[in-house]
Design a protein around this ligand. Structure first.
Ligand SMILES: Nc1ncnc2c1ncn2[C@@H]1O[C@H](COP(=O)(O)OP(=O)(O)OP(=O)(O)O)[C@@H](O)[C@H]1O
Ligand SMILES: [Mg+2]
Length: 228
């Protein structure tokens, strides 16, 4: 079943002197349960595509339907609501809150979900356990290795049980071993049913995905699927 559909989507950024077409007519359909990798040179529009997909940024043209709903018609508050409910983000730079513990960082993603405190706690413990970081639940991000911080970020992305996980170069700040660890975790999540869209510069990490999309100058230029 289709989770999202983009049709002739465009996104341009305008500064005083220059207009950049970050996305230039992207058409794309992603089904539930897919694991998609997005590749391409720096500046080709990968992060822009992910941000539009995650409703962090609005397109300037074309249509975007997510879970059957046209996103362009949604108000800011509805966008935020949809995003919180359905989408989990993982970033290259982890984006954890330094002042909060591991446990609190993950719990943050569940606030405003109207979940009773006791259930919130139970879900946080469960997801920390799942990503293998429960033994560091009381630590602050600065007291963890990069690989451990990214595991916390994965836990935060997962705890609200999103339909879609968006990961922008999730291994970009990790050494080889920790990068592989995060990739194996993403693959496992996909096997368990999560839909994942991941930006990567690494061909070997793209191999974890069932489908690889190559972009150039704001367009999709090549696409291949792994034989089943
Ligand atoms: N807020 C912005 N204002 C103006 N131009 C922007 C803005 N964000 C991105 N751009 C431009 O849009 C284009 C696409 O940027 P984007 O960040 O999507 O690239 P990318 O493929 O993710 O690159 P990288 O691999 O370096 O992360 C670039 O030319 C960039 O300079
Ligand atoms: Mg980028």
């Amino acid at each position: 079943m289709s989770l999202l559909t983009m049709n002739d989507l465009s996104k341009s950024y305008r500064t005083e002197t220059l207009e950049t077409a970050a996305l230039d007519g992207v058409s794309l359909e992603i089904g539930e349960g897919e694991f998609v990798a997005i590749m391409g040179p720096s500046g080709c529009g990968k992060s822009t595509l992910l941000n539009v997909m995650g409703m962090l940024d609005g397109p300037t043209g074309g249509s975007y339907r997510f879970a059957g709903q046209e996103v362009a018609g949604l108000r800011e508050s509805q966008l935020a609501e949809t995003r919180k409910k359905y989408i989990g983000f993982i970033f290259q730079s982890f984006n954890l809150v330094d002042e909060l513990t591991v446990r609190e960082n993950v719990e943050l993603a569940l606030l405003y979900h109207n979940i009773p405190a006791a259930e919130r706690k139970a879900r946080v413990e469960k997801v920390l356990d799942k990503v293998g970081i429960a033994h560091r639940a009381g630590h602050r991000p600065a007291q963890l290795s990069g690989g451990q911080q990214q595991r916390v970020a994965v836990a935060r992305a997962l705890v609200a049980e999103p339909k879609l996980i968006l990961a922008d170069e999730p291994t970009g700040n990790l050494d080889t071993a920790h990068g592989e660890e995060v990739m194996r975790m993403l693959r496992q999540l996909n096997v368990e049913g999560s839909t994942i869209v991941m930006v990567t510069h690494s061909p070997s990490h793209a191999d974890y995905a069932g489908r690889v999309i190559n972009m150039l100058d704001g367009r999709i230029v090549v696409e291949r699927r792994r034989a089943a």
